[in-house]
Write a protein that binds this ligand. Structure first.
Ligand code: GLC
Length: 471
């Protein structure tokens, strides 16, 4: 594609070719090096970045870049990154009165030049991040990337090194340790994943559960079946099963489920009852029955004691569909929802991160009056180009390439022209995000990745992302 563009007058190039070339150029200039070796990509190349850490390489942001590098025959960048992140875990500070959890991986890192001209890497475990948020998703993305690297290269020697095996065991240990849980889902604080600000996503948010489920499966596949890991592999397998059954049963919302919840008995004690979490029917927001189509459904955003968050979160639903956390029927119903509610969930610029936005008093209480998260902006109902790739992946896996193509066309027509904004504002995503960076790398790499997947859907299998969902 690059070659085609260079020989062509700009006016002749199609939006698709131009967008691809512009994304490629941006990705290339975002590479971070240590001693000449590429180890990651910077989050944003906007010269006016508002927050200092947009110059960092974020683990979650690097994922789409990494998958592009794997598909384009540059696996060494991904391996350098995986290796570096693993080594950085030693930098985590020990809080007074707490034991360090060795499985925790950083949210991001930066490269600092020292006085003698050499380089040091400095990691942020959420202890410097705005609001001090815990990057729970980092360790999960690391495992998924390790599997993608192993699958794409066919080389298991790296994942079988003692260091990687120890890392995998530590991550599983951390996730599978019992604390105060009564559910198979994983309990996390607010802002512990892509939505890394206060947004009422503490407890058992869907995105973390989808990543957790995929991590359990990937880690089982990567761990060597030996004495030190055998019990963890067994535990992970059992947890994967109960987690999947639980999410499919209790998070799923379609008209049948809604009718059941609407008529729930409450205040019930003991085992074997339908409304085990004591959800009160009056907590169903009025928009839900009007909005939910007959033949469609989705996994709700969060679930806990007396609490069902009915908001639609795109990333959690798409990862659930990609990795088989939702059943094949549920995934098809999810994609029908995108089709039937296209204006709300895709709008003019794919994709809406969460629908609907919280407004008024709910906004004050849930976001803590966050001026960046005003209704229909940023994490509170903004549209994020980086969500394109999981959308395309989920569509391809569940026979809806038509939707994937529609979404890619929308991005092609606009995002390169707007210089790769981080997010868009408004109900339909027509405005460039008020505080959005331009030249946001994961907006560009998600587009390149989406194009590769569309051009050759077999790429999904090559990355280990095309697993058949268990029905
Ligand atoms: C914002 C996003 C987060 C992302 C980071 C770097 O904090 O909320 O998900 O990783 O920017 O792009």
């Amino acid at each position: 594609m690059d070659k085609q563009v260079s020989g062509m007058h700009p006016a002749q190039a199609s939006p698709s070719v131009e967008a691809f070339a512009s994304a490629r150029a941006l990705l290339e200039s975002s590479l971070l090096h240590i001693d000449g070796r590429p180890v990651g990509t910077i989050a944003s190349l906007d010269p006016r970045v508002p927050a200092e850490n947009y110059r960092d390489c974020f683990v979650r942001d690097f994922v789409s870049s990494a998958l592009v590098f794997l598909l384009e025959g540059r696996p060494e960048i991904v391996r350098n990154f995986l290796d570096l992140i693993l080594r950085l875990r030693g930098q985590q500070d020990e809080l007074h009165g707490q034991q360090r959890a060795p499985g925790v991986l950083p949210a991001s890192f930066k490269i600092v030049e020292t006085l003698d001209g050499s380089h040091e890497v400095s990691a942020d475990f959420g202890d410097r991040a705005i609001g001090r948020v815990a990057p729970v998703d980092s360790m999960m993305w690391w495992v998924l990337l390790l599997r993608a690297y192993t699958r794409a290269t066919g080389d298991a020697t790296f994942s079988r090194t003692p260091e990687c095996q120890r890392g995998l065991r530590q991550i599983l240990n951390l996730c599978l340790q019992s604390r105060f849980e009564v559910f198979p889902t994983l309990l996390v604080p607010d802002g512990s994943f892509m939505i890394d600000r206060r947004m009422g996503v503490d407890g058992h948010p869907l995105e973390i559960q989808a990543l957790f489920h995929a991590t359990l499966r990937a880690a089982r596949e990567l761990l060597i079946d030996e004495e030190a890991s055998r019990w963890l592999i067994e535990l992970a397998s059992r947890r994967e099963d109960v987690l999947r059954d639980y999410v499919r049963e209790y998070y799923w919302l379609d008209m049948d489920a809604l009718n059941r919840i609407h008529r729930y008995d409450t205040e019930l004690f003991g085992h074997g009852i339908e409304n085990a979490l004591n959800i009160y029917p009056d907590s169903i927001p009025p928009w839900v029955p009007d909005w939910l189509p007959d033949d469609a459904g989705y996994l709700v955003g969060n679930l806990g004691p007396g609490h069902m968050d009915f908001r639609f979160f795109a990333q959690g639903n798409l990862l659930a569909a990609m990795f088989g956390l939702s059943s094949a029927g549920q995934s098809r119903a999810l994609l029908r929802l995108f089709d039937l509610r296209w204006e709300d969930l895709i709008g003019t610029l794919p994709l809406k991160i969460v629908f609907p936005a919280v407004e008024g008093e709910a906004w004050r209480l849930i976001t803590g009056c966050d001026p960046k998260n005003t209704p229909w902006s940023y994490h509170n109902g903004g549209n994020w180009p980086t969500l394109l790739w999981p959308f395309v992946a989920a569509c391809l896996q569940h026979d809806r390439a038509d939707l994937a193509q529609r979404a890619v066309r929308l991005i092609e027509a606009r995002v390169a022209r707007d210089d790769w904004p981080e997010y868009y504002d408004g109900r339909r995503g027509r405005l460039i995000g008020r505080k959005a960076n331009r030249r946001q790398i994961w907006s560009a790499s998600a587009f390149i990745l989406a194009r590769h997947l569309l051009d050759d859907p077999a790429c999904l299998q090559r990355l280990g992302f095309g697993e058949e969902p268990r029905t």
